[in-house]
Design a protein around this ligand. Sequence first.
Ligand SMILES: [Zn+2]
Length: 371
Amino acid sequence: MIKNLTIKAVFSALCLLMTLPARSIDEQGRFVLVIDPGHGGKDPGAINGKSQEKVINLNVALKMGKLIEQNCKNVKVIYTRKTDVFVELYKRADIANKANADMFISIHTNSAKGKTANGAETYLLGVEDNRTSANLNAALEENKAILLENDYQAHYEGYDPNSPESMIIFEFMQNEYQKESLKMATFAQNQMVKSAKRPDRGVHQAGYLVLWKSTMPSILVELGFISNDNECRYLTSQKGTDEMGQSLYKAFKEYLDYFNKQTEKAIPATQAIGNRNSDGNVSTPIYKVQFMSLKSPLKKNDKRLKEYANVDYYSENGICKYTCGDTTDYNEIIKTRNEVRKKYKDAFVIAFYKGKKISVNAAREIEAKNK
Ligand SMILES: [Zn+2]
């Protein structure tokens, strides 16, 4: 448990005050996952003899990230650290928020005074369990990592890691990512139990600073207890590293499936591909300029919808692709594209024909035949 260095979350509160950033974001439309190995550098986290939490966390994080990079082409993985370095909790939040991440997963290893406690557990931010002493103490211990930071008072709004009363700041948090955080937490917990065969300590909520300010769904996993000699041996072994990394990878894949389904459901049927040529004019291809790919549709009042004429979108592989322009005249769409490139330098022309997206070359050939 204990000492999470991870506070990535801190930073987000500022963003929450200003309305949420559009979730868009990786230009290639990829899902952005931030993996946060707790502790590092001068902060070892919990220890048992020569075993250090920071090492376990990093090894499992790297294993998980590698599997995702190998198997999930549409996911961009960002680490808050890839080596044994100290990173302040608020900077971890900053990394995730600046990357417009879609998910933040902080990885930790637990510790208890006795040697018997064992098993995996998963947290999301909340207050209900602050009232039970075990979860409160776990979160307080993790939050103490900020004592190793210079000037921590400046970054955590007066939070005092030595005072349980400080936890009250979390009471006022309306976490709008609660539903998605709970989904991910449940997948993670189930996989650690099912595929890595860890004793099940359940999913909980507590006041982890590291989860506090992130502007995306966020969870914190406690892989097991370093203070339990058996579990410590397992978590520091290659087998343990591989199994824990694999179980978190599988959990993430489950979340990704869920996420993609949600995104697809969000697309209105009326905005299906090439809707305009379904009402006539079917013998001529339509050209549009694609300028932006997002993971979910823009809100109706988003300024970008008015930035150009005929802004529209279609869904492909769970990604919303925004277009502007709408013409059967190829020369005209090139002019539009050049205009749009002043702001969106990667904008390009696409073509639709009879309700389907086709290549621009194929569209040009159809035009030539029609003449
Ligand atoms: Zn920790």
